[in-house]
Structures are given as C-alpha cells and as structure tokens.
Design a protein around this ligand. Structure first.
Ligand code: SF4
Ligand code: SF4
Length: 424
C-alpha cells in the first residue's frame, strides 16, 4: 500500500490549499509541565493558545472521523495533538491510530508530542505507517530546559530542575534518532521564549538537524495568564523572522503553522464549521465503546434487590440482560468477584469477569478502578436504588440522576461497609 506523504498540508506548503487535516482529541492528560502552559487549555506546543477542545474516546473519534469525511472529503491526514500529550495517553492514542488505519488504509497518520514517552511506541507507529511525527524541543541544554519545564513525570516518578530537563531531552533526542531509523518524517517545533531560549534556538536547530530532523517550526511563545511565564512578553515578529533566517542554515522551515486546535478539521487556517462542531458534540455523547458485544449489565448487591454494595466490597456480581418486548431486566446469573487486593490487577480481573457487560452498577467506587474499567469498555455507575431501575436506565438511556443524587453525596470509601479490600 502506498501512502502519498506529499499530501500532508502541514509538511508541504504546496498541499495546504487542496488537502485538509483532522485532529482527533483523544489525549487529555500531560506528563510534563511547560512554564508557558495553562492546562485549562489545549497543549500549547502545537495547538492554538487559549482554546479548549472536547475529548473523545477512540471509538467516538472514529465515528467523528467518519462523519467528518462525509462533510470534508479532502481530508488527507489524521493527527493526534492533544488536548494534552498523545503519549501521556498511550492506550487511547495507539487505539485510535489502529482504528483509523484499519478503516482508512490510505490515510496519512500524524502525531505531535513533547517526546517524553514516544520511544516505547515507535515500532508500532512504524508498523501502523504513521508517516509524520512532530516533537517540540525547546532546549538542548538541560540548564535552559530547567527554566522551561516545572516538572516531568517519567515512569511514575516526578522530576524537577535539570534532572527533569535531562530526562526529557534524552528521550526526545533518542526518539528523533529512532523515528529517522524507521524513515518517519519528523518536524521539530521550538517555541521561542524571549530571555529564556531565544539565543539558543540555533543550537536546537543544529542538534536536531544532525540527528536527521526534516523540518523546523519556530513558533513564537504565546503569553498566557496563570502560568510561570505570564510576565514574559511575546517575541517581536522581527525576532521570530531573524531566528527563522538563522536556523534555515540548518533545516527547512515551516512558516504556515496555524497552531490549530486539538480538534481542528479541514483546510489549515479555516475555522471549524458549525456543522462539524455539532458532529463533534454528538460523537462525545456516544458510548465510549460500541456495546453490540456487551449484551449485559452487572450490579453489586447484598440481597439482589438494591444496588447497595461498594465495588471494593462486592464478592459477586449479578448479571442482567434486557427483554426489549417487556421492557424489563432479566436475571442471567451470579458471577464471583475476584478476591480483594492486587490493585490494578484486581480491576483488570473484574473487567475480564464482566467482559460481556456494558455497565456495572455499584453503590460506590474510587476513581482509579472506575478509570481502569472504563478503559476496557465497562462503564461504572454509582447509584442508590433498585437494581431493576438502574438496569432499565442503562438499556433505555433514560435519565438516572434521581438514582445518582444520593450516592454522589457520599465521598468514596465513607459509604463502604467494606471488607478492607478497598478500591485502590
Ligand atoms: Fe502543556 Fe503541551 Fe507542555 Fe503538556 S506538553 S505542559 S500540554 S504545552
Ligand atoms: Fe499543521 Fe500546525 Fe495545524 Fe499541526 S498545528 S495541523 S502542524 S498547521
């Protein structure tokens, strides 16, 4: 299969008026803190300052892409650029890329990252024929990097100062090397921050050029309130132009980057249409995963009538189907819950026991198990009330806020009469 890489409107100036791109906003979290970034908004390294995009699950994103392709058939590239960092959300990012590749074999795939955690995924990126990767590298000197990054979270540990900048830089440069070994086209973004790295950008350009980067995008820093850098003025356009001239000695320049929002779609520079924004909103309301293969709903209950057990204390789950004709739940069976303890492994075991269930109704659950289960396609509802009503609510999509209201008032763990197993 040949993928026409010249159709990328960001990497090829000549394609930008005829081909469009779509960003799929599936990556909300970030694993570093840049001193110019306010995380109320999209990632500042690639996206438009001050804009907040919606977040979709991989399956919602695929649905959105299908609708977007109907409205904008000239889309040649699917990119993931936030709203956080794609590889701070590797499961969501990789699943989205797999789904898109499966359904659109000729589509160009592109990701934009801070580079901290892309390395472990490069082999699969290459297998999926992800042809374009952007890494934002603002400094190749850890002393300068330590002024730009407040912290870096790497392998579950938090680093600060030059340690943080060192770890980030090592991973960025190693990722660049490996991406080039795999023949991926790499753009490097460098944010010009006056007084911090403006005299250092040429050094960045020289270093990344030696490692094989294909193109450099020197972006002016954007002043944002509630950030460490909020008092630093934006660089003058003449300074930006001078840096672009200087760094052009080392690398071709991208000058038409529009810093699109993390859910941008269409020709670069054009606003998202109302029609497409409506599709995005609708996609966000869909189930996180398709539920055709999940015909059941499970509940945690002591006596089989009320939803009155916390996830952490349930020793069995009651599984129900739904009789569409009678509009009534049908009890199927009782399944043993995995034993207490084991942290995330316990929740993965619950996901496996309830692999054919679309929802689990409990009286309380911690955020951590909820997230683990949600990522496997099992939505956890914390409800107070009769099982029958909850099961009906899930299958019919009816409002269940009257069941939720009471349980939301109990903080997690305060309502657990528990076994001490806890919710992790
Ligand atoms: Fe913000 Fe992006 Fe930096 Fe993360 S990488 S802190 S989202 S600018
Ligand atoms: Fe292209 Fe820049 Fe927009 Fe990314 S942010 S899609 S590189 S124009």
């Amino acid at each position: 299969m040949t993928i026409a890489i010249e159709k990328h409107p960001c990497f090829n100036d000549s394609s930008r008026h005829s081909f469009g791109r779509i960003h799929l906003p599936v990556a909300p979290k970030c694993n570093i803190q840049c001193n110019y970034c306010n995380r109320k908004f999209d990632c500042m390294n690639e996206n438009r300052p001050g804009v907040t995009s919606k977040v979709l699950s991989p399956h919602q994103a695929l649905h959105y892409l299908q609708k977007a392709m109907d409205l904008s058939p000239n889309i040649s590239v699917v990119g993931i650029a936030g709203p956080g960092d794609p590889f701070a959300n590797p499961e969501e990012t990789m699943e989205t890329l797999r789904l898109v590749r499966e359904h659109y074999p000729h589509m160009l795939l592109c990701v934009a990252t801070n580079g901290l955690n892309v390395l472990p995924h490069i082999d699969e990126l290459a297998e999926l024929q992800v042809s374009h990767v952007t890494i934002t590298i603002n400094a190749v000197d850890p002393e300068i990097g330590s002024e730009i990054y407040a912290w870096v979270q790497y392998r579950k540990k938090l680093y600060r100062d030059t340690n943080a900048a060192d770890i980030l830089l090592d991973n960025q440069l190693e990722a660049l090397r490996k991406l080039k070994e795999k023949d991926v086209t790499v753009k490097v973004n460098c944010i010009i921050i006056p007084g911090i790295n403006d005299r250092h950008v040429e050094e960045v350009a020289r270093t990344v050029s030696e490692l094989g980067a294909d193109i450099l995008n020197c972006l002016p820093y954007y002043n944002t309130t509630e950030t460490v850098f909020e008092n630093i003025p934006e660089p003058h356009p003449e300074l930006v132009a001078a840096i672009q001239r200087e760094t052009a000695k080392h690398l071709p320049q991208m000058k038409h980057c529009a810093r699109c929002r993390a859910d941008a779609i269409g020709i670069i520079g054009q606003e998202n249409s109302d029609e497409i924004m409506k599709e995005l909103t609708e996609a966000a309301k869909l189930p996180m995963r398709p539920s055709e293969n999940r015909p059941f709903v499970a509940a945690a209950s002591m006596e089989g009538v009320l939803i009155n057990q916390h996830l952490g204390e349930a020793d069995r789950f009651l599984v129900y189907a739904f009789d569409e004709q009678k509009q009534a739940p049908v009890f199927i069976e009782s399944r043993s819950a995995p034993p207490a303890g084991g942290g995330t492994r316990r929740w993965e075991a619950v996901a496996s026991v309830l692999g054919d269930c679309r929802a689990l109704l409990v009286n309380g659950a911690g955020d951590s198990p909820k997230n683990v289960l949600k990522n496997t396609g099992l939505e956890v509802y914390t409800l107070d009330g009769v099982i029958e009503e909850g099961v009906k609510g899930v299958f019919s999509g009816k409002d269940m806020s009257h069941l939720m209201r009471i349980s939301q008032m109990h903080a997690c763990k305060t309502s657990c009469s528990g076994t001490g197993g806890g919710c992790g």
